[in-house]
Ligand binder design. Structure first.
Ligand SMILES: NC(=O)C1=CN([C@@H]2O[C@H](COP(=O)(O)OP(=O)(O)OC[C@H]3O[C@@H](n4cnc5c(N)ncnc54)[C@H](OP(=O)(O)O)[C@@H]3O)[C@@H](O)[C@H]2O)[C@@H](O)CC1
Ligand SMILES: Nc1ncnc2c1ncn2[C@@H]1O[C@H](COP(=O)(O)OP(=O)(O)O)[C@@H](O)[C@H]1O
Ligand SMILES: [K+]
Length: 494
C-alpha cells in the first residue's frame, strides 16, 4: 500500500468518482457510514455526542455522521466552526440534509460560542482533514485547545485536526484524539512517533476507493505487505545442502556483552543459514561453544582476519567501541567486498569515522535506531526530516538504510518501505541483535540486500507478534521471539 500525498488522495477520490462511477456526495456518505458503523460496533456511543465540523469535506463527513446517528435515534449535536469560507458543495448539501432532521446545529463565531465539553462526552473531530494547508490559529486553535482540555473521548475523522499529512506539525495546535478513523490507507503522519500522542489508536476504514488508481501511481513511501514478503521467500530444494545456504560470519560480543552475540547467532541459525561462524574474544569462547552447538567460532585477538569464503558478514552487536573494535571495522572495510550488516557499536564506530561511510561495500545494510542514525548522519528537526534524510541518503550511497522504530523504515535507492509487524514487547535490549542475525542469515542465502532486509525486518516483527500468543508484551524476551522465527516462516506460507 502506498502512502499518498494530499494531492494524490484528492486524485484518488476523483478517479473513483469517474471510474466506479459514484458521485462525490455518495462517496462521502459511504465514508460517513463506515465511521458510524465503527463507532457503534466498538461501543463508543455516549449519551452526549458533540460533533465539531469545519467547512471543508472533513466537516461534510461530520455532518453526514451526525445525520446517520440521528436516523438511528442516537442524539448528536453539531458545532460548525465559522472561518469565512462558504463551505464545499458536499458540505453544503450535507448541511441541508441535516437541517431537515434537526435544529440542533450551532455555529461558532467566537470562543463565546464554545459549548461546555466534559469527560462524559464523545467528541467527533471533523474540523480539518487532508485539506489542512497551514497551522491552525486564532479561533481554530482555540477550539482545539478547548476540546483537548475537556477530558472527553475524542474520535478524529481521517486525521486529527491540525496534523499535516506528510510534514511535521511540531509545535502547532493539534487535536489529541483517542482514536483516528482514517480513510482507505494509512498516512505518513500516522506512522511517526512524534504524532503518536495525537492520533491514538488508528483504524483504517475501507471506503472502496478504486484499487486501479494505485497501479498507476508512484509514491516515495509504501507499506510492506505479507503477500509481497511471502512471494519473495526462497524455496529449499530437496537436493540442497548446507553449502547452498551460505556461510555467515557474525562479529559480535565482548566481555559482559556475550548475550548480544548469542542472540544474533541464534537468530541467524533460526533464519535458514547453512553455516555460521561467530567471531568472539578468546576468553568468551566457552560461553559461545557451550550454548550454541551449531555455531563455529574464530578468535577476535588472532591476527589473521581472513574473510574469504563468507557469503555474508554481520558486525556490531556487543563488540564495544574501543580501538580494537575500530581496527576490526577498518580491516573489514579493506578486506571484504560483499554486503555487510552494520549494527550497534559498529554503527557508532562508523559515526566517529564518517569518511569510512564511502568505503562500505555496495548493498551493505545499516541498521541504526534513531540515536545511532543521529550519530551517523547528524540531528534531525523532526521525524519527517529524519525519514526524508534516510531517503536522500539512500540515493547518495548504494546502501540499504534501516531506520528502526515502531514502524521501521527501510530506505533504498530513493524509496522507503515501512514495516507494520512488531510490537512494544520488542522495546528491550537484544531485539536489535536478533535482527542483525536474521539479516546476515538471509544475505548468506543469496537474497539481494533489499530483499534480505524487507524479509528480515518483516519476519522479525512477525515473530514478536506471534510470541504474544504465549507471552505478554511485558514478559516476552528476544530469546522467546527467536524461538518463534519458525512460526513466522510458517505463517508466511499459509
Ligand atoms: N478520498 C478520501 O479520502 C475522502 C475524503 N473525504 C474527506 O475529505 C477531507 C478533505 O476535505 P477537503 O479537501 O475539503 O479539506 P478539509 O480538510 O476538510 O479542510 C480544508 C478547508 O479548510 C481550509 N483550511 C485549511 N487549513 C486551514 C487552517 N489552518 N485554518 C483555517 N482554514 C484552513 C481550507 O480552505 P482555504 O482557507 O485554504 O481556502 C478548506 O476550506 C478528508 O480529510 C476526508 O475527511 C471523504 O469525504 C470522502 C473520501
Ligand atoms: N514499540 C515497538 N514496536 C515495534 N518494534 C519495536 C518497538 N520497540 C522496538 N522495536 C524493534 O526492536 C528492535 C530494537 O532494536 P535496538 O534499539 O537496536 O535494540 P538493541 O540494540 O537493544 O537490541 C528494532 O528492530 C525495533 O524496530
Ligand atoms: K479531523
Amino acid at each position: 500500500m502506498l502512502l499518498l500525498s494530499p494531492q494524490q488522495i484528492q486524485q484518488w477520490d476523483a478517479y473513483t468518482i469517474l471510474h466506479e462511477p459514484i458521485s462525490s456526495i455518495d462517496l462521502m456518505e459511504r465514508a460517513a457510514r463506515h465511521c458510524v458503523d465503527w463507532i457503534i460496533s466498538n461501543d463508543h456511543i455516549r449519551t452526549s455526542i458533540k460533533i465539531f465540523c469545519g467547512k471543508g469535506n472533513n466537516g461534510g463527513d461530520g455532518l453526514a455522521i451526525a445525520r446517520l446517528l440521528l436516523q438511528q435515534q442516537i442524539p448528536a449535536t453539531v458545532y460548525i466552526l465559522e472561518f469565512g469560507a462558504k463551505g464545499t458543495d458536499d458540505f453544503q448539501l450535507n448541511l441541508q440534509r441535516l437541517h431537515s432532521l434537526t435544529k440542533d446545529i450551532h455555529f461558532i463565531q467566537s470562543p463565546d460560542f464554545f459549548p461546555p465539553v466534559g469527560k462524559e462526552d464523545l467528541v467527533i473531530d471533523a474540523l480539518f482533514g487532508s485539506g489542512l494547508n497551514r497551522p491552525l490559529q486564532d479561533l481554530n486553535a482555540a477550539i482545539v485547545q478547548h476540546i483537548n482540555q475537556s477530558g472527553a473521548r475524542i474520535i478524529a475523522i481521517d486525521v486529527p485536526s491540525g496534523l499535516f499529512l506528510d510534514k511535521s506539525a511540531k509545535g502547532n495546535p493539534v487535536v489529541t484524539a483517542n482514536y483516528t478513523l482514517t480513510f482507505q490507507s494509512l498516512k505518513l503522519c500516522l506512522m511517526v512517533a512524534e504524532n503518536a500522542r495525537y492520533f491514538g489508536e488508528v483504524a483504517v476504514l475501507d471506503i472502496g476507493l478504486h484499487p486501479l488508481f494505485l497501479q498507476e501511481t508512484e509514491a516515495t513511501f509504501s507499506l510492506l505487505s505479507k503477500e509481497e514478503i511471502a512471494r519473495g521467500i526462497k524455496p529449499r530444494p530437496g537436493f540442497s545442502h548446507k553449502g547452498t545456504y551460505g556461510h555467515a560470519l557474525l562479529i559480535a560480543g565482548n566481555t559482559g556483552k556475550m548475550g548480544a552475540a548469542l542472540l544474533a547467532a541464534k537468530a541467524c541459525l533460526r533464519s535458514g543459514v547453512g553455516l555460521l561462524t561467530v567471531n568472539v574474544p578468546k576468553n568468551e569462547l566457552p560461553i559461545l561453544q557451550t550454548s550454541l552447538h551449531e555455531a563455529m567460532a574464530t578468535i577476535r585477538e588472532e591476527e589473521d582476519h581472513s574473510y574469504d569464503g563468507y557469503a555474508s558478514i554481520g558486525i556490531g552487536p556487543g563488540i564495544g567501541t574501543a580501538g580494537s573494535s575500530e581496527a576490526i571495522v577498518r580491516n573489514l572495510l579493506e578486506n571484504y567486498a560483499k554486503p555487510v550488516v552494520w549494527d550497534a557499536d559498529a554503527v557508532t564506530i562508523l559515526g566517529k569515522n564518517k569518511q569510512w561511510l564511502e568505503q562500505l561495500s555496495p548493498g551493505s545494510i545499516l541498521t541504526p535506531h534513531p540515536k545511532e542514525f543521529e550519530r551517523l548522519f547528524g540531528a534531525s528537526d523532526n521525524d519527517f526530516d529524519r525519514l526524508n534524510k534516510a531517503i536522500e541518503l539512500s540515493k547518495q550511497y548504494p546502501l540499504v538504510i534501516v531506520l528502526k522504530g515502531h514502524y521501521t523504515l527501510i530506505a533504498f535507492n530513493g524509496k522507503g518501505w515501512f514495516n507494520t509487524t512488531g510490537n512494544a514487547g520488542m522495546a528491550k535490549g537484544g531485539s536489535g541483535d536478533m535482527l542483525t542475525g536474521m539479516l546476515t542469515a538471509l544475505l548468506a542465502q543469496g537474497y539481494t540486500p533489499l530483499q534480505a532486509t524487507v524479509t528480515g525486518v518483516y519476519l522479525h516483527g512477525l515473530s514478536a507478534d506471534l510470541t504474544l500468543e504465549e507471552q505478554s508484551m511485558e514478559s516476552m524476551l528476544p530469546s522467546d521471539t527467536i524461538e518463534n522465527i519458525g512460526k513466522a516462516f510458517l505463517f508466511l506460507k499459509e
